[in-house]
Design a protein around this ligand. Sequence first.
Ligand SMILES: [Zn+2]
Length: 432
Amino acid sequence: MLAAVDSSREELVSAISQAVRIPSVNPRYPGQVYEEVVGSEGEVSRLLAGVYRDAGAEVDLFALEPGRENAVGLIRGTGGGRSLIYNGHVDVVPADNPENWRGGDPFSGRVDGGRVWGRGSTDMKAGLLAQAFAARALHRCGVRLRGDLVLEAVVGEECMNNDIGVSATVERGYTADAAVVSEPTAAALPLAIMPVSPGQLWFSVAVRGKVTHAANRGRTLYPGESEVPVGISAIDKGILIYEGLRRLEQQWGFSKRHPLYRPGQFTIMPGIVAAGTRGVQFPLFVPEFMRTEYLVWYPPDDDPAAVMEEIEGHVRAVAATDPWLSEHEPTIEWKLHWPANAPNADAITAEMRLAHERAARDTNLAGPAQTVGFPAVDDATWLTLAGIPAISYGPGDLGVAHADDEFVQIDEVLCAARAFALLAMEWCGVAG
Ligand SMILES: [Zn+2]
């Protein structure tokens, strides 16, 4: 069976290259014109559907938004085994600066140096095709599984449109005893097993000041004793909150820990600062507002409501130390929550480790499997929340995902395909 996977190397590489050449940018990604971009996700799903058919699967192509088809391939088991989902997303993030890419084409799908290059190679067309080719190798070897194997290529992951992607497959009735999402690895060594991911929150803090002519700056800094302030700089006040949240973030470096993550993993990142006077980009006014947008990563086992309360309480406490801010409280707006993935997945994690070690034996990736936390979020969350314990494991390196000159190592793809084939046999059981 492993020989069957290995012998498909050329075809697998050319399928990844072909998939990368389809620029399946998520049409809802900020800055994209939906009508111009929509449709390519469906094309990648159809490419995957072709491999699913070759693997003996019943194929279901369906879309909740036109042009955004998901592909599901169901390989029915003979009965009596555990079922398994192999999942990945077909959408990619934009690559709007071709001049930053070697060769000038982000979607070249070029194969050289033992790598496939291009946007979506690592994140995550290689993982999707490794899963599909694993199933095809089983079929070609005449292996009949006892439990169902469900192959899924879904849209919408990069913008949390899980309602039309992974969650739509669950709604449609596809479920299993466990799932593996083939996201790229983020670890010192390739192909780590990643049973958890952090939660992600996006929020903004807005502070307002009191606008006045910039000539009054001196009076705003040094008001006379009884003087009502002629103006208040929203930037000066906003920086108090900014620094306060930086101190909380530093504290998180020591206080928020998880055994599968390096210390300091969980953060409250100020990602965007906007300030000034509304509508006027000219510093002739004492600034009227400051708004900071934050991205938070919290540990998999933390309660998101408690994390939000901790942050809000901290902002209130900082504001209370300043006369202006205690009377003009900063406004906090929570904009997005991607929950953590913290499944009860010991069984599938253990089987995935064994499958990886057997797959890697006698290759340059041989050695004990590593288990680490995934540092980003992925669709495993939505499967776990739907009652399907889901972990992540896949070829590629998260360090080059969403980056210029993205690539995937072909050796890793082969090893992952071998591991997926072995895992399906062990987890689902083999008939006869
Ligand atoms: Zn991804």
